[in-house]
Design a protein around this ligand. Structure first.
Ligand code: HEM
Length: 135
């Protein structure tokens, strides 16, 4: 299950990094071309959703022995709260992506960008918390 957790981590956090690097490519494109490219690259988000799905399924299994002592592991509680925040952000990105695909491209992409940065930051913080709790 820890292996599955790490595969989920690779896919989930990897999606944030992929989007960050793709934004370097789009910064060198003309506005129209950049918008079309960004719209197509939203398909990468599916990898992120599979990743977070794997993290949650494997995480809920891995956390079973810790439930009884969870109050003595405050960093684990913070990690779980941040996972919830991450989920809310991902749902918002999903809603905006759908609207972008339906035609409202520029406005929605502008809103997705800061949300994407936040998911990357929160993902990194979650990894730091997880390693601090278990090592
Ligand atoms: C519902 C969601 C989650 C739960 C319940 C959960 C729970 C756990 C548990 C119990 C472990 C310890 C496994 C063990 O060695 O016994 C663990 C490890 C880990 N988790 Fe999660 N997790 C969740 C989501 C996430 C997310 C979203 C990330 C990253 C973005 C993440 C990153 C990690 C990392 C890096 C470790 C390894 C820590 C280490 O062994 O040093 N987890 N998780």
């Amino acid at each position: 299950m820890l292996i599955l957790h790490f595969i989920g981590l690779t896919m989930g956090l990897g999606t944030s990094f992929a989007h960050a690097f793709l934004s370097i490519a789009t910064s060198k494109m003309q506005e129209d071309e950049a918008r079309r490219f960004q719209l197509h690259s939203l398909v990468l988000s599916r990898m992120g959703y599979i990743g977070i799905g794997l993290l949650i399924v494997s995480g809920l299994y891995l956390i079973t022995p810790y439930w009884q002592t969870i109050t003595s592991l405050p960093l684990l509680i913070v990690k779980l709260i941040l996972v919830l925040v991450l989920l809310v952000l991902l749902i918002l990105i999903g809603i905006r992506s759908k609207k972008a695909q339906e035609g409202d491209v520029s406005a929605q992409l502008k809103k997705i960008e800061p949300l994407g940065k936040m998911t990357m930051l929160i993902g990194i913080i979650i990894v730091i918390l997880a390693v601090s709790v278990f090592h």
